[in-house]
Design a protein around this ligand. Structure first.
Ligand code: GSH
Length: 212
């Protein structure tokens, strides 16, 4: 069975990358870097016509959209314990946080990095980016407050949501935010999550780090 993750170093594809390693699957990493726009190459568009990263290929089945990929992996490989089946409220929370992470926090960051997706003319980029920074900086304290009450995104267990939140933390560092001072609970949680061997291996494989 061929399992492949189409990723770009440091992109949101880092979340399913960690999940694949947590599950312990043998998989191929296929790099299509957003930095050089190879995610818009004909080769990648044949996999995902939207040109967005990530895409997951499992035995001929291609899946896109991070929340779908993360929930699918968590549910399909139930034994890894990355998806809460046992308590319906936990499962609902997991889906709620995947949706919010994708449609609110991730989109805020896209406003900063890719204003051209939101407005047609370059003159309009600065206000879109400013609004993105505002929106992103609303998401980060929400995560911090959540983690002041809860060990992981969903209660006491590491789930498919957590590697997604690790991505946002790293992006906050990249934006130059004083993450440790501003978001102490989020920072402590990231230290804990980074102790997981799967996270360390994924960082190494992508050639990235949380801190510069
Ligand atoms: N809704 C998509 C969004 C994916 C997305 O926008 N990914 C970024 C990387 S984090 C991307 O593909 N960017 C393309 C680019 O920057 O050209 C999802 O949840 O998977």
């Amino acid at each position: 069975m061929t399992i492949a993750l189409y990723y770009s170093p440091g992109a949101c594809s880092f979340a399913p990358h960690v999940v694949l390693r947590e599950i312990g699957l043998a998989f191929e990493l296929r790099e299509f870097s957003t930095a050089d726009r190879s995610n818009y190459s004909p080769e990648y568009l044949a996999i995902n016509p939207k040109g967005r990263i990530p895409a997951l290929l499992i035995d001929g089945f291609v899946l896109t959209e991070n929340p779908a990929i993360l929930a699918y992996l968590g549910r399909k490989y139930e034994a890894a314990g990355l998806y809460p089946f046992d308590a319906s409220e936990d499962e609902a929370r997991c889906l709620e946080l995947l949706a919010w992470s994708s449609n609110t926090v991730h989109v805020a960051y896209a406003q900063i990095l890719r204003p051209e997706w939101f407005v047609p003319s370059e003159q309009e980029y600065p206000p879109v980016q400013a609004s993105g920074r505002g929106n992103f900086q609303q998401g980060l304290p929400e995560i911090d407050a959540h983690l002041a009450r809860s060990r992981f995104a969903v209660g006491n267990r590491f789930t498919v949501v957590d590697p997604f939140w690790l991505v946002f933390f790293r992006w906050g560092v990249r934006q130059g935010y004083q993450m440790k001072e501003l978001y102490p609970s989020y920072s402590r949680y990231v230290d804990t999550v980074c102790e997981r061997p799967a996270v360390g291996r994924a960082l190494e494989a992508e050639g990235i780090s949380i801190w510069p």
